[in-house]
Design a protein around this ligand. Sequence first.
Ligand SMILES: [Zn+2]
Length: 170
Amino acid sequence: MNSIIRKTLGLKSHRVVSVRKSMSEIEIKIERIRRRLLTCGQCGQRSRVRDRLRERRWRHVPLWGIPVTIIYRPARVNCPDCGVKVESIPWAQGKSPLSQPLIVVLATWSRLLAWDVVARLFGVSWSTVRAAVEAAVAYGLANRDIDSVLFIGIDEISRRRMLEMHQNLL
Ligand SMILES: [Zn+2]
């Protein structure tokens, strides 16, 4: 589980602290790895950490049909060139409350299925699907190869549900 999360989030200078299942969701807590330099959000240079910002939460790709939330306190770094900047968070896309993998998955499926079907399939609201499509366009994620992202984060249960839904539509 830990290594799946690490891989899908692209973690190098961050680690998974805990994975907790509450009543309705899986909460993944991320922490930076101590003494590791972090990437400047502006220029990409490795920089020392200056301080931390308030906790942020991101909606991530559901696992086994259960909603997943990522929790992390972003750091500000002292970049030698840019000054004090927020780090580049590997799974974040600007200020979006959706993780980048979730944006890509929702936006990709939205090209193939009706948005309300995508919303049901991933247990998110219609407006979340719309936000993902907008973010994907804004950040140029929409033109990725469909085949390569089609099954990212899509577990067996979701896949089966999707096939059922698809058959019901036929
Ligand atoms: Zn910089």
